[in-house]
Design a protein around this ligand. Sequence first.
Ligand code: UDP
Ligand code: MG
Length: 138
Amino acid sequence: MEKTLIILKPDCMEKRLAGAVLDRFQKAGFDLVAAKLTRLPPALLAEHYAHIADRPFFPALADFMGSRPVLVAVLQGTGVIAKVRELLGPTDSKKAPVGTIRGDFGTDVSVNICHASDSPESAAAEIARFFAPDEVFA
Ligand code: UDP
Ligand code: MG
């Protein structure tokens, strides 16, 4: 069964929106099969954001992502990777349509409520990065 990794970012936690965001994923038919609250250290953020580590916004992004504990979770279901990205909306919250998670709750292109894996390859790598096999109740 397909799985994806999500991170409820510091803005989501600070706004007490974890339940509201998880509710959207669960109402879409996806199952929560792993979850933990953790504060992401710089080395883990550098690995997770390796694809953008050379971009000028990376230091500010790493500061933001490490600023408070986040909720890291795995969702499971048919088509979950693409569907969760669709429910999030585009990266820039200001361009995200009303009705999407980022459109409804996000702030801007950086502070945007939730991360989600963008392909089967990244989902597999990201799940393995944050969870031991016996922590995923698939
Ligand atoms: N980001 C940013 N400025 C940008 C683009 C991205 O701060 O111009 C941040 C934002 O938090 C985004 C994350 O970097 O969610 C990862 O970027 P990516 O392009 O992978 O976007 P996503 O997959 O999260 O939509
Ligand atoms: Mg991405």
